[in-house]
Write a protein that binds this ligand. Structure first.
Ligand SMILES: Cc1cc2nc3c(=O)[nH]c(=O)nc-3n(C[C@H](O)[C@H](O)[C@H](O)COP(=O)(O)OP(=O)(O)OC[C@H]3O[C@@H](n4cnc5c(N)ncnc54)[C@H](O)[C@@H]3O)c2cc1C
Length: 616
């Protein structure tokens, strides 16, 4: 049975960082600052605040930001999803400052000189890789002595004339805060990229894989692939996307993370949204949405949600009648506008038989084909993370205690997360994306890795485990009848417990890559595989053969007469980053809804991505 529970101005669906941000901006906007043509003004005729509701499939907010506390280490939250950022990503950093979370920012070291590069059964320290013949690859003369980064720069320089010089000038202008110059150089780069070709193929047509194999020897390509830790060198993502990644990353300075977890960002946004009267509904799975009046343009829309009983047991039925037959409950919400803050897989799980996924042609444009082309323009990149806890940081005997070591074994890369002298040491044991993920998927079934009962003290909030997560949003919403949160939402919960087989494999590979014969087994391990629904991917890449410049603004509002918007990392100019999720949200809010530039966000050095329709 489906009850109508709410009528709202805007329904934001998906409480990842993009959804939380959008809901927060909409609820806290100042009516007098909206653009004269803002479609929000009619909704605000007799009031100052929009009625905004945020709906989320799971029993937590944060989506692909998922942080957990670590036993005996109050400042060392582990990150099962996104973890790091550059302060040069202004929309991320300025938001962190605005939310008062900057006091938790700590440096995030990556390539330390003492870190291991263990490939082709040879142990090398990172500081040694530039020595001739240090690594067991038969490189051409010109490729010898170059780091992975230098080889990648070389590939970019061949593809885009003057790339290295331009990138250095851009980075120097950024560092100096010369924003006019930054903007000029950015435009120069973007223009050059549009016309750059190798042979007769543009950098949009070529995959990054194809481009590298054209420029590098086969051995140099393998070196880049095997020593980077990430499997992003051999995907069908377009070369332009990968070149952007390099161009926009700072040449100096490094990464940062939030010691109390990146999830603090969506959590704080949701908290402020709630404090300002916004409504949040956890365990609400959007099934479909329809126009109330199919014969008029624009809203309102009816959204049908499945009210899930728990986040643990998935129910796959997506038909209301079938759900009712099995005793499941649905609810209906009427909204004048909808923001879909979810990636491609989540969108494709919604009922596709409606006006939005099957739009009628308009001005001789086959809008259904156009929308499907945009849906298919992105590649889903699998991602998997396993954290293991040891009683003792055995790796420190080899001289490593921070940073990242890499290998061609299936663990691919490990990060030295933290160690205390109180018998707890954490490794991000493996962080995979792409081809190594199926290796770990095969190890996901079988007996779970048992907790160490000897550590189980009375009143231990960690219950003998190394990691714990308190669902703060669930707790905040408890007792709020409008939120309709099932009791399950208040539980302390975590990503999945690792299996015995998974831990044994990870441990064996970790000791091999550190050249250590014996090390005690871990006492706890948890993992997250992001290829599961409703995410369907860790992150996304633009496929080869696509040029995202038109697709990014198009996806923010695919039907110009219908206020149904899409935001998030998936169709952004910074895929794989929180920055991408925030860029599309902010660009949509300004360009389609007429919100002003936020006063806390530096205009200098901030590019929200390609924009076509500007309301503000
Ligand atoms: C392993 C990994 C490492 C990463 N590392 C970094 C990093 O170091 N730095 C960085 O900046 N970024 C990183 N990222 C990327 C970053 O995490 C994402 O770009 C960002 O979190 C995406 O936010 P989003 O709001 O666009 O999407 P999501 O976080 O995916 O949010 C979508 C939300 O929609 C909900 N949803 C889906 N379907 C429905 C439905 N039918 N009804 C209701 N709700 C629904 C989902 O449950 C989810 O909460 C990483 C990602 C992964 C997976």
């Amino acid at each position: 049975m489906t009850d109508t529970i709410q009528e709202v101005d805007v329904a934001v669906v998906g409480a990842g960082v993009a959804g939380c941000y959008t809901a927060w901006r909409l609820r806290t906007l100042v009516k007098q600052q909206l653009a004269a043509k803002s479609p929000l003004l009619p909704l605000l005729k007799n009031k100052d605040r929009l009625d905004v509701a945020l709906f989320e499939y799971s029993d937590r907010v944060g989506g692909r930001l998922w942080s957990a506390a670590v036993k005996d280490m109050p400042d060392q939250f582990v990150e099962f999803g996104g973890m790091r950022f550059y302060k040069e990503m202004h929309i991320v950093w300025n938001l962190i400052e605005k939310l008062g979370l900057d006091r938790y920012a700590i440096p995030f070291p990556v390539g330390m000189p003492e870190n291991f590069v263990y490939v082709r059964a040879q142990h090398v320290r990172r500081s040694e890789v530039t020595q001739p013949n240090a690594l067991p690859y038969r490189l051409h003369y010109l490729e010898q002595g170059k780091t992975t980064g230098a080889l990648a720069d070389y590939v970019c320089d061949v593809a885009i004339q003057g790339f290295i010089k331009l990138r250095n000038a851009y980075a120097a202008a950024f560092e100096a805060g010369d924003w006019d110059k930054v903007e000029l150089l950015r435009k120069d780069y973007e223009a050059r990229k549009q016309t750059s070709k190798l042979g007769n193929r543009t950098v949009y047509e070529m995959s990054w894989w194809e481009l590298q194999t054209k420029v590098l020897s086969s051995e140099a390509f393998k070196l880049v692939l095997q020593t980077s830790g990430y499997d992003v060198a051999n995907t069908n993502g377009n070369a332009a996307h990968s070149i952007d990644e390099i161009f926009y990353s700072p040449t100096k300075g490094g990464f940062w993370r939030l010691s109390h977890g990146f999830e603090d960002v969506p959590d704080k946004l949701q908290q402020e949204f709630q404090d300002q009267g916004g409504l949040t509904f956890l365990l609400h799975r959007l099934l479909r949405f329809d126009k109330v009046d199919p014969h008029t343009e624009g809203g309102p829309y009816d959204l049908v949600f499945h009210q899930r009983r728990s986040a643990k047991d998935p129910v796959y039925d997506s038909d209301e009648a079938a759900l009712a037959r099995s005793g499941e409950k649905c609810s209906k919400v009427r909204a004048k506008m909808i923001v879909l803050a979810m990636p491609v897989r989540a969108l494709s799980l919604l009922d596709q038989d409606n006006f939005f996924f099957r739009p009628p042609p308009r001005l001789r444009v086959d809008r259904r084909a156009k929308f499907q082309t945009a849906m298919n323009a992105v590649l889903r990149v699998d991602a998997f993370k396993l954290f293991v806890a040891y009683r003792h940081p055995w790796w420190e005997q080899t001289g490593v205690s921070k940073g990242q070591s890499v290998t061609d074994l299936p663990v691919r890369q490990c990060y030295y997360w933290a160690a205390t002298d109180r018998g707890n040491s954490i490794l991000m044991a493996t962080y995979n994306n792409g081809v190594a993920v199926p290796y770990w998927q095969a190890l996901q079934s079988g007996p779970p890795f048992p907790p160490d009962d000897s550590a189980l003290a009375a009143g231990d909030p960690f219950h003998g485990r190394a990691f714990a997560q308190v669902n703060r949003v669930g707790l905040r919403l408890a007792g709020n009848p409008a939120s309709a949160v099932a009791s399950a939402a208040m539980l302390t919960q975590l990503p999945r417990t690792a299996t015995q087989a998974m831990v044994e494999q990870a441990h064996a590979q970790l000791t091999e890559m550190h050249d250590v014969k014996h090390a005690p087994m871990p006492y706890d391990a948890h993992f997250q595989d992001w290829s599961v629904d409703p995410f369907g991917a860790g992150w996304h890449q633009w496929k080869s053969g696509t040029n995202e410049d038109g697709t990014i603004p198009y996806m923010q509002q695919p039907m110009e007469e219908e206020p149904v918007f899409i935001v998030g990392e998936c169709w952004s100019n910074a895929q794989g980053w929180v920055q991408g999720a925030l860029n599309t949200s902010e660009a949509m809010l300004q360009d389609m809804l007429g919100l002003p530039w936020p006063d806390w966000l530096s205009k200098g050095g901030t590019w929200l991505g390609p924009r076509t329709r500007l309301l503000s």
